[in-house]
Design a binder for this molecule. Structure first.
Ligand SMILES: [Fe+2]
Length: 131
């Protein structure tokens, strides 16, 4: 049974970002499904790579908006994006050497998404909607 899905509370009111966030959540759900079905480690690794690539694209997309509107909090916001990408690379390394408890990954990812979206992305959307 999958528990990770899009919730209306994640919506920040900026169409482009909300659209990309829905796909971000879908990829987390794919990772959750693969783990629940006890798919091979290789498959989970491939899905993590998919998330890394999608997250890189999506973060660039948000950062471009921030540049365009001269968003004051860009450095801190960008740092959170970079921290997640670094963390995911570490997860891949940990899986490779057998030191990652993969069962904890979906909750970690959706918690990161929820916290980041409700705090940083909401601050950004308030700014976007005010200019
Ligand atoms: Fe963000």
């Amino acid at each position: 049974m999958s528990e990770i899905e899009w919730k209306n509370e994640y919506s920040i009111g900026v169409e482009e970002i909300d659209f990309e966030h829905r796909i971000f959540v879908k990829i987390i759900r794919k990772i959750e499904n693969a783990i629940q079905k006890e798919s091979s480690e290789r498959k989970v690794e491939r899905l993590i790579q998919e998330l890394i690539k999608y997250a890189s694209f999506h973060f660039q997309s948000e950062e471009n908006i921030m540049m365009d509107i001269k968003y004051a909090n860009i450095v801190d916001h960008k740092k959170q994006h970079e921290q997640l990408l670094t963390r995911l690379q570490l997860v891949l390394l940990e899986i490779e050497i057998g030191q990652h408890n993969i069962a904890t990954l979906p909750v970690f990812l959706i918690d990161w998404f929820r916290n980041h979206t409700l705090e940083e992305d909401k601050k950004l959307s308030s700014f976007i909607l005010s200019v």
